[in-house]
Design a protein around this ligand. Structure first.
Ligand SMILES: *Cc1c(COP(=O)(O)O)cnc(C)c1O
Length: 395
């Protein structure tokens, strides 16, 4: 049996999304900027996709900018707020310690340029509160950027409450909603966000395409310079097949959200209940406010990398955390941020599900993971020390 349980890293492109893309490779292949009829057909499709995405997000089409994905949208949002801050003499930014690197590394770059960054603590309930945000806001704060849901441990942040705090304080609010869009009900106006990033490939659309929503009245900052596409703010010939696939995938995800959430949540809870039986294991992430498809554990006395390789050999594709940091020997910044010690953070496993996963697949995972954990522990000198009492268990 082959089980794909790494949907937080990327998803399969749905049949609907693929079918929506194909004509834009070989039939409607004009450049939307061309004045001839082939170009105008492409332009109409582009604007139709923009309108449909705006409708899902609850904004106007003019507030939708197409990007190359979530990373670019995050960079553009933070750079736009940074430029606004410079114009207004405000150089303080608030974020959280467990953001995606697309946000954290952009903030690091701004720090080098003279901005001051406050990263909120996420050790309580593996989440942040709107109150923490309120207390961190200063007269010189130009931006609060908090992810909608965490990509590693699945915590869903209180975005609406944070949005209200920011509005009251007159501070710009951006959310990296890459893990949330298509999975949770989102409305930019009701959520009170000024900017929102999303990415097609996290909800069964294609890779290499995303959106930055930026509220009307806020000036988007150019990351790159070129032609007049996206009103000059994001130049470069549009990835029309990708955009059409993303729009179709988004509509499909939203249309089936209630039914998918119910199914995936049940699979998730079965998996969490089963894996909790493994001795010296601990669940990471907010146990209540949690993405429907996210399961994340640490197992004492094992190495996550070895666990992943053996799981793969047994037909389970999983991850230790973020796809972006795999291959590095550093433990995940997210696990350190929630207070897991290094020894524990190394033994992590993320299983991220989607509606295509089945009950049989969950049963297979529940059979394989305990076997592999036991096998690895029996080979581990650290585990021997723990069992003999030479070393104290942490969990
Ligand atoms: C995947 C992801 C990104 C990056 O999106 P890309 O489209 O792959 O650039 C950013 N933030 C979060 C939370 C993600 O999960």
């Amino acid at each position: 049996m082959q089980v794909y349980a790494d949907n937080a890293a990327t998803t399969r492109v749905s049949r609907t999304a693929l079918d929506a893309m194909l004509p834009y490779f070989d039939t409607i292949y004009g450049n939307p900027s061309s004045l001839h009829s082939a170009g105008q057909r492409a332009k109409e499709a582009l604007e139709d996709a923009r309108e449909r995405i705006a409708k899902v997000l609850g904004c106007t089409p003019r507030e939708v900018y197409f990007t190359s994905g979530g990373t670019e949208a995050d960079n553009m949002a933070i750079r736009s707020a940074g430029a606004y801050g410079l114009r207004n003499g405000k150089k303080h930014i608030i974020s959280t310690a467990f953001e995606h690197h697309a946000v954290l590394h952009t903030l690091k770059a701004l720090e080098k340029e003279g901005f001051e960054i406050t990263l909120l603590d996420v050790s309580q309930d593996h989440n942040v509160t709107a109150d923490q945000v309120r207390q961190a806001i200063r007269p010189d704060t130009c931006l609060v950027t908090c992810m909608y849901a965490n990509n590693e441990i699945g915590s869903i942040l209180p975005i609406r409450e944070i949005g209200a705090v920011c509005k009251e304080a007159g501070v710009l609010f951006h959310t990296d909603a890459v893990q949330a869009v298509g999975h949770l009900p989102i409305n930019v106006k009701a959520d009170g966000v000024d900017m929102l990033s999303l990415s097609g490939h996290k909800f069964h659309g294609p890779r290499g395409v995303g959106v930055l929503y930026i509220r009307r009245g806020l000036a988007p900052a150019n990351l790159i310079h070129g032609g007049g596409q996206e009103r000059g703010k994001r130049p470069g010939t549009e990835n029309l097949p990708g955009i059409m696939g993303m729009a179709a995938a988004l509509e499909e995800a939203v249309a089936h959200m209630a039914e998918h959430t119910e199914k995936v949540t049940a699979l998730r809870d079965k998996l969490i209940a089963g894996l909790s039986q493994i001795p010296h294991s601990v669940l990471n992430g907010d146990p209540v406010n949690r993405l429907p498809g996210n399961v994340h554990f640490c197992f004492e006395g094992i190495e996550g990398e070895a666990l992943l390789l053996l799981l793969d050999a047994n037909g389970v594709c999983a991850s230790s955390g973020s796809a972006c940091t795999s291959g590095s020997l550093d433990p995940s910044h997210v696990l350190l941020a929630i207070g897991r010690p290094h020894e524990i953070a190394h033994g992590s496993l993320r299983l991220s599900l989607c509606a295509e996963n089945t009950e049989e697949e969950i049963d297979h995972i529940l059979k394989v993971v305990p076997e592999v954990v036991t096998l690895l522990r029996n080979m581990s000198p650290v585990w021997k020390d723990l069992e003999s009492g030479k070393r104290q268990y942490i969990i």
